[in-house]
Design a protein around this ligand. Structure first.
Ligand code: HEC
Length: 125
């Protein structure tokens, strides 16, 4: 029985490692399928409002640099599909493919940002 008890922490460790192994590809798959160079090209028309470095200086334009990529991709998809309505943004996203959106989101997300995370701390660069 005591041998069995000794095994229990090991089973827990095995389960933790298995869960970690499942989580890592899920977390990195977004970046893996995005092309930062393509994102940079697509971002040229965005700079006028969102800033050359993604940190807009005018408060009416959101800062995009360092924002979570999945948040950016979601916002862009919603503008494109009419689920988030903004006449300015609609004009800039209507022709974007899903891959374009991924590339743009990855590009802005990778830029050094000035945004706080949900705990009010600056996201590490
Ligand atoms: C003419 C100015 C202008 C241009 C050019 C522009 N945007 Fe925007 N963008 C805005 C404004 C204004 C908002 C805020 C709209 C709102 O309140 O929903 C916005 C919002 C966004 C958001 C949502 C941000 C958030 O925090 O929710 C994203 C993402 C975004 N823009 C990406 C882009 C990308 C990528 C491009 C280029 C393809 C682009 N924008 C071009 C003005 C612009």
């Amino acid at each position: 029985m005591s041998r069995l008890m000794n095994l229990i922490p090991d089973i827990k460790t095995v389960v933790q490692i298995a869960l970690l192994a499942l989580a890592i590809p899920a977390a990195s798959s977004f970046a893996a399928s995005a092309n930062l160079e393509a994102g940079k090209k697509l971002a040229q028309p965005c700079q006028a409002c969102h800033g050359a470095d993604g940190n807009a200086t005018q408060p009416i334009y959101p800062k995009l640099a360092g924002q979570y990529a999945d948040y950016l991709a979601r916002a862009l998809t919603e503008y494109r599909d009419g689920n988030r309505v903004n006449p300015i943004m609609a004009a800039f996203v209507e022709k974007l493919s899903d891959q374009d959106i991924k590339d743009l989101a990855a590009y802005y997300s990778a830029m050094p940002g000035q945004l706080d995370d949900l705990d009010g701390r600056m996201k590490p660069e």
